[in-house]
Design a protein around this ligand. Sequence first.
Ligand code: FAD
Ligand code: DLZ
Length: 516
Amino acid sequence: MTGPVLVPILGDQLSPDISSLADRRPEDTVVLMMEVVEETTYVRHHKAKIALILSAMRHFAEELREAGWMVDYVRLDAPENTGSFTGEVARAITRHNARGVQVTEPGEWRVRQAMEQWRTDLPVRVRILPDTRFICPLPDFFEWAAGRRELRMEWFYREMRRKTGLLMDGDKPVGGRWNFDAENRGGPEAGLAPPGLPAFKADDTTREVLEMVSTRFARHFGSLDKFAWPVTRAEAEQARDAFLKDRLPLFGKYQDAMVSGQDFLFHAALSPAINIGLLDPLDLCQRAETEWREGRAPLEAVEGFIRQIIGWREYIRGMYWLEMPGLADANGLDAHRPLPEFYWTGDTPMHCIAECVRTTRDNAYAHHIQRLMVLGNFALLAGLAPREVAEWYLIVFADAYEWVELPNVAGMILHADKGRLASKPYAASGAYIDRMSDYCGKCTFNVKQKTGPAACPFNALYWHFLARNEKRLAGYHRLAQPYATWRRMSEERRHEYIASAEAFLDSLSDQPSTWG
Ligand code: FAD
Ligand code: DLZ
């Protein structure tokens, strides 16, 4: 074939400097963008996630056209749409008489498998290029991981600080320390009034998508009523600038706080835009560093923020590709309980869970501590099946792609990977939630009560979790103290905890979920 090179750009590759376009010239290239039913339904994504991606894709196609690229855009309702990336790429090769396909590697294992198959099934040469939007190339991550007994984020993070030069003074960290987490533990102070996010008004493109999603995906989880995510690069940059100016200075201090009705607090709420390519992570970190260097934000806030991006985000991505495909089936704590219905409905007297499910339904967003220490902690303590939990997290958040969701779920919250990612399970009783939130004061359960039907279920579940996993976890250095406390308890007290937890677990519905 003698035609142009076909460059498929996926829904989370909306960056003009994507590697698949880097060496291409517009006169010899057709960009293919595809709305396909397989991607919209391989899990039943939150309506707002579908709307965000399809609207951002349509806007990005216009951005590329304005920059001179020829874009072949296949809409979901196009009559011949085959419904899959593979089918659409095959169709486009014929349509354009393309002589080759050049694509940036995808973020998910299942799509990577499909792309590898293109190399044998398609009639033209297929080049799959690295995704250079990540700061740490995968071969570098694998090299870092090779031969290490423990793959701790903190060590990786220091390498990334050296590599990027962020917050460095020569070869030393600025401020004399790598990590200022100890300063970042503010609880929910009374009267905390975060400035709020800029809300982006839907233009004609977004309105059309919202209408289509609300009818075609009516039975998917979540609400579109508050949809205000940035869908263009200009909007994402506006959201970024508002965060840097209004919320970054207090980002660190209130990073772990949870307040009813305050859905974003001082968090960036930029992950949906970063993950689809509307913002460049390194540029974002450099801008955050400038806020510190110019005296507008304190070091502990800026270090904490940069650590989330060049540390956690890059490390999580490396771990995904290192551990797949096994990570998807990992179940190191042998947990099999079905996901309770209240993860979809929020219908539970546990106010913390109800509140976290509410923001998830309203915004397709919950902040990190809500995901980790409420929704995740409950899943860990109650022994929910990792596959069901992972699917839920992949469905409900606007920023969810398997490369970032799965290591956080299987590794960070559920310890299903037997501690490859985290040095101990993040298990906590109600006392942690009470310290870091205003939730317990609004709950019908009593967080100070340890056992019995009126007690906060997290309290007994915490000891039940430790007791049922004693053989697996007692050797963990960082759990030595809770296990010593457990052993010091009277037999009767231990029995009360176990009986209380089991009564609660028995009360959880085993009904299959309505939405998943
Ligand atoms: P901020 O709190 O303002 O943090 C700034 C940025 O740091 C985020 O935008 C994100 O890019 C990055 N970041 C912070 N923590 C992590 C982390 N653990 N892993 C990767 N990046 C991180 N993040 C996703 O982007 N997609 C997911 O599907 C996702 N699933 C998660 C599931 C669980 C169980 C947990 C515990 C965390 C998950 N996270 C996920 C990480 C984190 O919760 C979100 O990135 C964050 O809440 C996004 O909101 P924000 O932009 O306000 O983040
Ligand atoms: C998540 C998603 C959705 C809902 N729809 C599309 C789509 O129609 N077309 C597309 O190109 N991408 C979509 N995506 C994002 C893909 O699922 C994502 O690119 C792959 O999972 C690879 O990470």
